[in-house]
Design a protein around this ligand. Structure first.
Ligand code: ADP
Ligand code: ZN
Length: 723
């Protein structure tokens, strides 16, 4: 008798064990999906093992074995490499294995209760020559089809019209169904005209001369020509018949990268990011699986594409927090890249102008090979000026945009050069406060103030999406006057438009980019110089290359420093340094103006001086004193539930375990803000030995499952956010 061990998608994902079914009569292999009975339902599961056993063994099981109902796949969806990667992820991030496998697959292939419908298209193919005499046109159509062999029915009809239809009637050509396929880019390949500079040649040479698969940290300032290096290395890799994946942190960055990559490689490129719909993702996935492309450009989930001979993985802007998945399994794309590279004996290139502290520290220790590109291609850095906002406000200047920045904007508008303005907050104002009693309008589901959005005339919660009209009266004191506190991108836009009525402004934030391709449209419009000013949130700070931008204004450079997170200085430095990198990328000298209330903070000072190394040294001292990463490892546990008592209960059980552990520090339990109606508490383990912490975390995890506690436990290994 043949048994299949099956993982099923279950609401309680931590049900991390297999269910056994009889699969006699099916040609099952590990990695295929099957339809199985589950309770009184039928659900789709994932076969992890198939085993031949004696009937006597089945009797010892003590329960009646049920049969697999249907086999869904004809070949395994996951190969052995991805299977073991899933095992590794489950161990590393303390997550259920099924959750790890799920996140490797496009949604149409995920085992779930209603598996995705895959779009089919009508095609035609040549079958035989005619046995009757054909007209000249019919004969021409048949000869054409014989050459083509097969094509989309719609194109066939468009091409061959009624003679074509006749051929189908005669049975010379037949219609059949085929899975819809992605249309490959038809961008013409442009001849490469750049002559690589010394730094670029050195980096490329160093990578090529390294025989054993290695991890490189490419620390290259903004505009040093890193992307050119990626393209050249990708070229060398595909010439060896190997695959390449180029990862970018955010969807907003994919269009530019895709454009540069397709210009160089034409139709050899697949694109994979969360902005694609399920069908598109499936089609791009198939392009890789069927070896129709050699290069993938995408965001973090693209690291799981079904590569089978990977030669090079590039993580651009490797420091970016978007590389970390913010739901279980909370993996970091960098870790996965390194795992996959190990298997494929591929090189990994981690690239950034502002490497994460961990990566730079590792490079110093020799774990990664450090490659530096300290110069800009155009050999000049923008001039940076920091405006002391306290002084500006005392001088009765606007608290939104200082005179210094206004003058600079005016100057660029005169010169027909372009401006980027960064403000890391969307909406009109972040707070609505009653003038008479000070009441602040809060989200009913989260312990957070609602943001006012003037365009839609609503208050929105940026965490849970809750919306309401602006109340006429204060619910506490019934007065009818509100004060709008703070500034968001909508207000900045309004302010700038009033100051410069002629200026053409584009705004880019989560509100203006909800529609598909919105990022791309805004960027290309700005690239075509259809606007003078691009203003927006951090989306516009990274990776963009517009040669006509000569001024970048950062409206609240120190906003992030007020956060309590241990990484707030690093995040501030990264954002500022990246934003600086957008100015003066072409032949004209660039300028950057940062407005800050605390201009002497080292994160701001170092960013203004383009001095990564100095920042790194100061920040490492602070991390050392505070006992934070990269000197210590952290694991965070968050317990949440709609009822506070269940949170308390789970925390008590957890504390009993962690309090007994040695060689690590327990921080907490701390009460977190209530979000989406969930009460939340957090405990952090901190220690020098990551393996040990993981073992402790596993104890917590197993106890939590075995006690069947009601509250949810969320484990984050190496958390990036502690707010
Ligand atoms: P980075 O990725 O480091 O920010 P890019 O690769 O985008 O830098 O390069 C910055 C600009 O310089 C781009 O416009 C690019 O086309 C140009 N560039 C890069 N390398 C060269 C080169 N060797 N010669 C001339 N221009 C170059
Ligand atoms: Zn909310």
């Amino acid at each position: 008798m043949k048994l299949a061990y099956v993982f099923v998608e279950h609401p309680i994902l931590h049900l991390d064990h297999t269910f056994t079914y009889c699969c006699d009569g099916f040609m099952l292999q590990r990695g295929m999906r099957v339809l199985v009975p589950f309770g009184n339902k039928q659900i789709i599961g994932f076969v992890v093992r198939v085993e031949e056993v004696d009937a006597s063994y089945v009797e010892t099981l003590g329960y009646t074995l049920r049969d697999v109902i249907q086999q869904i796949d004809q070949e395994p969806l996951l190969n052995e490499e991805l299977f073991s990667l899933g095992e590794w992820m489950a161990q590393e991030y303390l997550s259920a294995r099924i959750a790890c496998y799920q996140c490797m697959l496009p949604s149409k292939l995920k085992p779930s209760s209603n598996h995705g419908h895959i779009k089919m298209e009508a095609w035609v193919r040549y079958v035989k020559d005619a046995s009757v005499k054909l007209t000249t046109k019919q004969q021409a159509a048949l000869t054409f089809m014989k050459e083509q062999q097969e094509m989309l029915r719609a194109s066939f009809y468009a091409q061959c019209k009624s003679p074509g239809k006749k051929l189908i009637e005669l049975g010379c050509v037949e219609v059949f169904e085929k899975e819809a396929q992605a249309v490959l880019s038809n961008t013409n390949i442009e001849e490469v005209s750049v002559v690589l500079n010394k730094d670029q040649q050195y980096v490329i040479q160093s990578v090529q001369d390294t025989m054993e698969a290695s991890i490189f940290l490419l620390h290259g300032v903004t505009g040093s020509g890193k992307t050119e290096v990626f393209l050249q290395l990708a070229q060398n890799t595909i010439e060896k018949g190997l695959q390449v994946v180029i990862l970018v942190p955010e969807i907003s960055l994919t269009p530019q990268m895709v454009k540069r990559v397709t210009k160089r490689f034409g139709s050899h490129v697949a694109i994979y990011h969360s902005g694609l719909n399920a069908q598109e993702k499936y089609e791009q996935y198939q392009l890789v699986k069927q070896h129709k492309v050699q290069i993938v450009v995408g965001t973090r989930s693209a690291i799981f594409m079904p590569f089978d001979h990977l030669g090079l993985i590039i993580l651009d802007e490797e420091h970016d927090s978007s590389y970390k998945q913010d739901a279980s399994p909370r993996y970091h794309c960098r870790d996965i890249a390194i795992q996959r590279a190990k298997f494929h004996q591929a090189h990994v290139i981690l690239a950034s102008a502002t490497p994460s502290l961990e990566s730079y520290a590792r490079a110093h220790k020799g774990v990664y090979k450090l490659l530096e590109m300290p110069n800009r291609v155009n050999d000049c850095f923008p001039d940076v000026h920091v405006v002391q906002m306290k002084q500006a406000v005392l001088n009765k200047e606007s608290y939104i945009v200082s005179n210094r920045l206004l003058d600079a904007i005016y100057d660029r508008l005169q010169k027909k050069e372009q401006v980027i303005l960064l403000l890391n907050r969307r909406g009109y104002t972040p707070i609505l406060r009653c003038i008479s009693c000070g009441h602040i309008q809060m989200c009913p589901h989260c312990e957070l103030a609602l943001s006012y959005h003037k365009e839609e005339q609503v208050l929105k919660c940026h965490t849970c999406g809750y919306q309401q009209k602006v109340p006429n009266h204060c619910p506490t004191c019934h007065e009818a006057s509100w004060r709008y506190l703070g500034i968001g991108t909508q207000k900045l836009e309004e302010f700038i438009q009033i100051k410069f009525p002629q200026a053409r402004i584009l705004r880019m934030d989560a509100d203006t980019t909800m529609k598909k391709n919105a990022h791309e449209e805004i960027f290309s419009s700005f690239g075509r110089k259809e606007a003078d000013i691009l203003l927006g949130t951090q989306m516009i700070a990274k990776g963009l290359d517009f040669e006509n931008v000569t001024l970048v204004g950062i409206v609240n450079a120190d906003a992030m420093l007020q956060r309590s997170d241990y990484r707030s200085a690093e995040l501030t430095f990264d954002l500022l340094a990246q934003a600086c990198g957008r100015s003066g990328r072409g032949s004209k000298q660039g300028e950057v103006i940062m407005q800050a209330y605390d201009p002497n903070h080292y994160a701001i000072q170092c960013a203004a001086k383009h001095d990564y190394l100095n920042f790194f040294q100061q920040e490492m001292k602070y991390r050392h004193l505070g006992g934070y990463p990269p000197y210590r490892y952290l694991i965070s546990f968050v317990i949440s539930h709609k009822e506070e008592q269940y949170v308390q209960q789970a925390i008590q059980y957890m504390m009993r375990i962690v309090d007994k552990k040695t060689d690590c520090k327990v921080l907490g339990p701390a009460t977190l803000l209530k979000l989406k109606d969930l009460y939340r508490m957090r405990v952090i383990l901190k220690g020098k030995n990551q393996q040990l912490l993981q073992l402790y975390a596993k104890d917590v995890y197993l106890q939590h499952i075995s006690l069947k506690l009601k509250a949810k436990l969320d484990i984050d290994v190496n958390p990036l956010m502690l707010e």
